[in-house]
Design a protein around this ligand. Structure first.
Ligand SMILES: *[C@@H]1O[C@H](CO)[C@@H](O)[C@H](O)[C@H]1NC(C)=O
Ligand SMILES: *[C@@H]1O[C@H](CO)[C@@H](O)[C@H](O)[C@H]1NC(C)=O
Ligand SMILES: *[C@@H]1O[C@H](CO)[C@@H](O)[C@H](O)[C@H]1NC(C)=O
Length: 275
């Protein structure tokens, strides 16, 4: 164990030096796996009701599938200080909780104990097909409605997510709601992947995103509110006291307490323009 730890340490130091010398990356990564920061016990105390009979996702989203999926994204929750790593994981879990919540104001254990209750969007308003997108053309008869922890939607997300993760997202979008490993991977893919002009949620939460001139003009200050802007700013940001934004923040505050980490500044996006 001791040998393997120092070996890993030397190995990652060597990689950092290598990367540093080619100035590709200047961030410190820990070799401590995220399961050290989020145990099964902590996961269970966060998602108190995900396996209730009332939840359509009952027994779908397991701790193991989350941890195994995270191994495909080795920078997730392993970058920066201990507080930064915990804060990133808490922010990710809070956002996926809002996306899949079964909670309501007077729900048992409060509204923020009901994340991961749904695996797919109920009564979608459309097939979420942007037919103007030529790069990721919709497959006839398929719906690109919200599925999985981040509620991946639109052909232009299913296509590239599938390509990155090794499934045909355009022909076979249903996989995201019946394979929990792929489901968690799509959420992590969305979190980790920059889609210009948006930065990645990951880079925002680890303080690596440097606001562009456009960001500054749009008042897109760095913090959890900017992550909300990346995920659904077009509908939720620039609105004072928006109930959806407040729900995202409520989850984050509860999880921050459970992780014993502060949430950082700029929690909302009430005064931000969307991308
Ligand atoms: C996945 O779910 C879809 C409907 O949501 C279903 O048609 C399909 O058979 C399922 N596939 C598997 C492998 O369970
Ligand atoms: C925000 O909205 C909630 C209802 O969603 C309301 O109870 C509360 O008073 C509002 N707060 C402010 C500062 O307007
Ligand atoms: C920018 O956002 C902050 C809160 O994050 C707000 O106090 C300020 O009024 C905003 N500025 C503009 C120009 O909207």
């Amino acid at each position: 164990m001791a040998f393997s730890f120092s070996y890993n340490f030397l190995f990652s130091s060597a990689i950092l030096l290598l990367l540093h010398s080619t100035s590709l990356v200047a961030e410190a990564r820990s070799s401590v796996p995220i399961s050290y920061l989020i145990s099964q016990k902590l996961f269970d105390s966060i998602f108190l009701h995900k396996d209730d009979t009332a939840c359509p996702a009952k027994s779908f989203y397991t701790y193991d599938s989350f941890i195994i999926a995270s191994k495909s994204f080795p920078r997730f929750g392993t970058t920066g200080s201990l507080a930064m790593r915990k804060r990133e994981i808490a922010a990710f879990l809070a956002q996926i909780s809002h996306e899949t919540t079964g909670g309501w104001a007077t729900a048992p254990d409060g509204p923020y104990a009901w994340g991961l209750c749904f695996k797919e969007e109920v009564s979608p308003q459309s097939d979420y097909c942007d037919s103007t997108n030529q790069e990721w053309p919709c497959y006839p008869g398929k719906s690109y409605k919200g599925r999985g922890p981040i509620q991946l939607s639109w052909n232009y997300n299913y296509g590239p997510a599938g390509k990155a993760l090794g499934f045909d997202g355009l022909r076979n979008p249903d996989v995201v709601s019946n394979n929990s490993l792929i489901a968690f991977k799509t959420a992590l893919w969305f979190w980790m992947t920059e889609q210009k002009p948006k930065p990645s949620c990951h880079n925002v939460m680890i303080g690596k995103h440097v606001p562009t001139e456009a960001d500054i003009a749009a008042n897109r200050t760095v913090g959890y509110g900017l992550v909300t802007n990346i995920i659904n700013g077009g509908l939720e940001c620039g609105i004072p006291n928006d109930s959806r934004v407040n729900d995202r923040i409520g989850f984050f505050k509860r999880y921050g307490t459970l992780f014993k980490v502060d949430t950082g500044p700029n929690l909302d996006c009430a005064y931000q323009k969307s991308f």
